[in-house]
Write a protein that binds this ligand. Structure first.
Ligand SMILES: NC(=O)c1ccc[n+]([C@@H]2O[C@H](COP(=O)([O-])OP(=O)(O)OC[C@H]3O[C@@H](n4cnc5c(N)ncnc54)[C@H](O)[C@@H]3O)[C@@H](O)[C@H]2O)c1
Length: 353
């Protein structure tokens, strides 16, 4: 019987929303985890404390920046595998500071890849890419309005967007993540690294500190809990497929555990047609769930915003047997429970003060 590989799994961005859920699940099943995170995202220090309180020494947290190659090499050198999620995540911030966005997302990813290539080339690398690499995807003439959501005119898109859709990076964030996506993919072809790319749609769930700039489902729900008005960029009829973070973690672990099947591949990862929802429809669901009326105003569309994006998950299902398990209704309840326990009582006491 082969001995268990006891080296750590490196999770960059492991204090962030998806990263900490991944690190938590890895540690739960007995893996040692090294998290590398510079704690740039507001709120994620709390995720670091949560991980430590749950797992103690099984999880080590290195506060470091992926733009600095030295700590990246140190973290990669002894790793069993590398899950790379650290990133500048907001399209808005990428527009206000494209150079910083490039340095973190493109250069930072190259630092991770070079560390693996030069110091630990057998380690699998899985990368958190985005549906933004496909750009706007669909012309206004190709979508129709059905109720409170857009829908593609062509039935050919009813199953969602597959990995064969042409790349069309849009926004500095789309460009920097797309660059990283292509580097990660290419390092499997040119250097034989065991890499896989996950092009994720909208992921939501507990431990997401969503803001207006990123993490819109958590932001909408928290605004409802707090009674804060929302700004909707665009007309609110744009559609996304939502995936609960526990399902996203399942997909990442399936790719990690079956890297021989996933290596060299690019997968679209999202909730699929069954979990597609428009912004306005989500507000209706939130009103039903929380019993609170959500007030909102409209503002201009943001750069690169897709009027309709739904993931075709068939490639992931065929390769790894993965399918989403958590419905949008169930997932929203789980996020609501977490947000209410984390922020609800604080807000109630502030309101009473
Ligand atoms: N949440 C989504 O819906 C979604 C969709 C598509 C892709 N993604 C990608 O998934 C990954 C994780 O997203 P998330 O929602 O968990 O975001 P997040 O902001 O919660 O997590 C990102 C983490 O990276 C850390 N970080 C930022 N800059 C860093 C740097 N220079 N060095 C080290 N750490 C740094 C932050 O502190 C944070 O903890 C990102 O790469 C993002 O682009 C997320």
């Amino acid at each position: 019987m082969s001995e268990r590989d006891n080296r750590h799994v490196l999770v960059t961005g492991g204090c962030g929303f998806i990263g900490c859920n991944l690190a938590d699940r890895l540690a739960d099943r007995g893996d040692r985890v090294l998290v590398l995170d510079n704690l740039a995202r507001a709120g994620v220090r709390e995720n670091a404390q949560w991980l430590k309180s749950r797992h103690g020494d099984r999880i080590t947290i290195a506060v470091a920046d992926i733009r600095d190659p030295i700590p990246v090499i140190d973290a990669v050198r002894e790793a069993r595998a590398v899950l790379h999620l650290a990133a500048q995540v907001a399209v808005t911030d990428s527009v206000s500071d494209p150079a910083a966005d490039f340095e973190i997302n493109a250069r930072g990813t190259l630092n991770v890849l070079e560390a693996v290539r030069l110091h630990n080339s057998a380690a699998p690398v899985i990368f958190a890419s985005t549906n933004k690499v496909y750009g706007r995807l669909i012309e206004d003439s190709e979508i129709a309005l059905r109720g409170r959501r857009y829908t593609p005119v062509s039935d050919l898109l009813s199953g969602g967007i597959s990995e064969s859709a042409p790349l069309d990076f849009y926004s500095p964030y789309g460009c920097s993540k797309g660059t990283a996506d292509q580097y990660v993919h290419d390092y499997s072809r040119v250097f034989g690294l065991q890499t896989a790319v996950m092009r994720m749609s909208c992921i939501y769930g507990p431990r997401q500190f969503g803001t207006e700039d990123q993490g819109w489902i958590a932001h909408f729900l928290l605004s409802a809990i707090r009674g804060n008005p929302l700004t909707i960029y665009g007309d609110g009829k744009q559609v996304r497929d939502a995936l609960h973070v526990s399902d996203a973690v399942n997909a990442w672990l399936a790719a990690l555990d079956h890297i021989a099947l996933a290596r060299g591949r690019v997968f679209n990862l999202g909730g699929g047609p069954a979990n597609a929802v428009s912004l306005l429809e989500l507000i209706d669901r939130i009103t039903e769930l929380t019993g609170r009326t959500v007030t909102y105003r409209f503002a201009d569309w943001r750069p690169g915003d897709q009027p309709w994006y739904v993931t075709d998950t068939q490639a992931l299902t065929a390769a790894l047997g993965w399918t989403p398990q958590v419905s949008l209704a169930e997932g929203l309840r789980s996020l609501h429970t977490w947000l209410d326990s984390r922020f609800g009582s604080q807000d109630r006491s502030e309101a009473l003060a």
